[in-house]
Ligand binder design. Structure first.
Ligand SMILES: NC(=O)c1ccc[n+]([C@@H]2O[C@H](COP(=O)([O-])OP(=O)(O)OC[C@H]3O[C@@H](n4cnc5c(N)ncnc54)[C@H](O)[C@@H]3O)[C@@H](O)[C@H]2O)c1
Length: 438
């Protein structure tokens, strides 16, 4: 465990953010950073840029910005790298994604056009709805990993980076169950040489990152780095990792509302969630095997928050259904409906309806920034392995084995801020407050 008041190396020099997948989320993130750096927009939605942290007693009035409290990389010191199966540079990819207005993209076109994706590790078997030409070849999966490791090292030198982080923002892969080849590094590496089909491309990127000493976050629900072989490797080599699946849109709403219902001891009969979206992510999720990966990630949230085994009178056997429908006219502007059937005093029934007209990548981009900056901080503070304090950002937070994940957004935020206080040697905040009355 990292000690209270740990020594944190300064964030000097350049931080390279390596993005796997240069699609809607990644280009919205990169274009956003460039626009913010030029003062064209504000980093809305980013805790590292806009958030504050209370320190000490309420009477002390010490509430610095998080970025003034812990040493984080400066936006001006960030450089980007990416891999994608398509050759489009970030400007063309952003235009195709259609999230940001052309006017804004044109103002940062020079920076975006210079970001050209490296060739990807990709197999169609894992993302059935996609096929691209910018793909690596190699005689086995280990050889592909070695190519990535070489590219990572070259990127660092060419761009004069001090540190790197890698974020998976590529398409959702098919559902894979953990198996014996994911248990130990030895079995995992052998399976890479054997081209075992249980090693997905995302695992090859994660392996290459950890082997290179680069922190890794998984923004999609794929198994990826959530396997003992890679979590142990990360611990042994001092690399922070986290995942899975950015918490945006409907699941964000769920983890805001469900803790509120539970805190008032209101019961739940059912929660029906459906979405329409028309971006490439929606197209990929239209494939039942990719959707299954997403569904598992979305479904676990309510069970964990509501704890039916502890509160059978309120939450036993509630029905939870999640649907995603690919509907091209909406593009990235997803619409998510929730029909929630709750009950109160004496079992009297009530209903809540939510219609969230959201923008998927607008919600995800600030999460990419925060994860990159916090993972880099974690590494400079000597934190290693699974970073549960970053659960705040994920639908399926990765935890050590035998520890259930915490899904309640407010507990997640407290955990994150208390971790920052701990790192800086400040008292943790319990909110007890009785001493104010002595
Ligand atoms: N936007 C959100 O709110 C949100 C929330 C949670 C999770 N996610 C996940 O984030 C990921 C990215 O979402 P998006 O909207 O940007 O999707 P997108 O389809 O626009 O972009 C994904 C990109 O990844 C590329 N790709 C696929 N496999 C690859 C590989 N093996 N190597 C390199 N590139 C690869 C694709 O060509 C595509 O350009 C998806 O998995 C999505 O499910 C997004």
């Amino acid at each position: 465990m990292v000690q209270k008041g740990a020594e944190i190396a300064p964030a000097n020099g350049k931080l390279g953010i390596l993005l796997v997948g240069l699609g809607a989320v990644s280009t919205t993130f990169v274009a956003g950073i460039e626009a913010i750096k030029r003062g064209l927009a504000k980093p809305v939605g980013s805790l590292t840029q806009m958030g504050t942290i209370r320190l000490g007693k309420r009477t002390e009035n010490r509430v610095p910005k998080i970025q003034d409290f812990v040493p984080l990389a400066d936006l001006d010191d960030i450089v980007f790298g990416a891999w994608d199966i398509f050759r489009d540079n970030a400007f063309d990819a952003a235009m195709k994604a259609g999230v940001l207005e052309k006017d804004l993209l044109n103002q940062v076109s020079e920076q975006l056009s210079s970001l050209k994706p490296m060739s990807a590790v990709f197999e169609r078997n894992y993302v059935k709805r996609l096929d691209g030409e910018n793909v690596k070849t190699g005689k086995n999966k280990m050889e592909l990993a070695e190519q990535l490791i070489e590219e990572i090292s070259k990127f660092k030198i060419d761009n004069n980076c001090d540190r790197l982080v890698m974020i998976w923002a590529a398409s959702t892969e098919i559902f894979l169950e953990p198996s014996e080849i994911h248990e130990s590094l030895e079995a995992f590496e052998k399976a890479m040489y054997d081209n075992d089909e249980r090693i997905a491309p995302s695992m090859i990127y994660a392996y290459a990152a950890i082997k290179s000493g680069v922190p890794f976050a998984n923004g999609a629900p794929n198994l990826t780095v959530d396997i003992p072989a890679l979590t142990k490797l990360a611990e042994e080599t001092g690399v922070p990792i986290c995942g899975k699946d950015f918490k945006t849109g409907q699941t964000l709403m769920k983890t805001i509302l469900a803790p509120g219902l539970k805190s008032r001891m209101l019961g739940l009969d059912g929660w029906y969630s459906t979405n329409i979206l028309g971006n490439r992510d929606g197209e990929v999720l239209d494939d039942p095997e990719s959707f299954r990966t997403k569904e598992e990630s979305k479904l676990s949230v309510l069970e964990q928050i509501l704890q039916p085994e502890v509160y059978p009178d309120l939450y036993e056997d509630f029905s939870h259904v999640v649907r995603i429908n690919y509907y091209p006219p909406r593009g990235d502007n997803k619409e998510g409906w929730d029909a929630i059937d709750i009950f109160g005093w004496l079992g009297y029934k009530m209903q809540i309806k939510i219609d969230f007209m959201c923008r998927d990548s607008i919600l995800a981009a600030p999460l990419v920034l925060d994860l990159a900056l916090f993972l880099d901080l974690a590494q400079r503070a000597g934190m290693r392995g699974v970073q549960e304090w970053l659960s705040f950002y994920f639908k399926s937070p990765q935890t050590p084995e035998k520890l259930y994940p915490e899904h309640d957004l407010f507990i997640q935020l407290k955990k994150l801020k208390n971790t920052l206080r701990h790192l800086k040697g400040e008292e943790l905040i319990t909110h007890l407050g009785l001493d104010y009355y002595d």
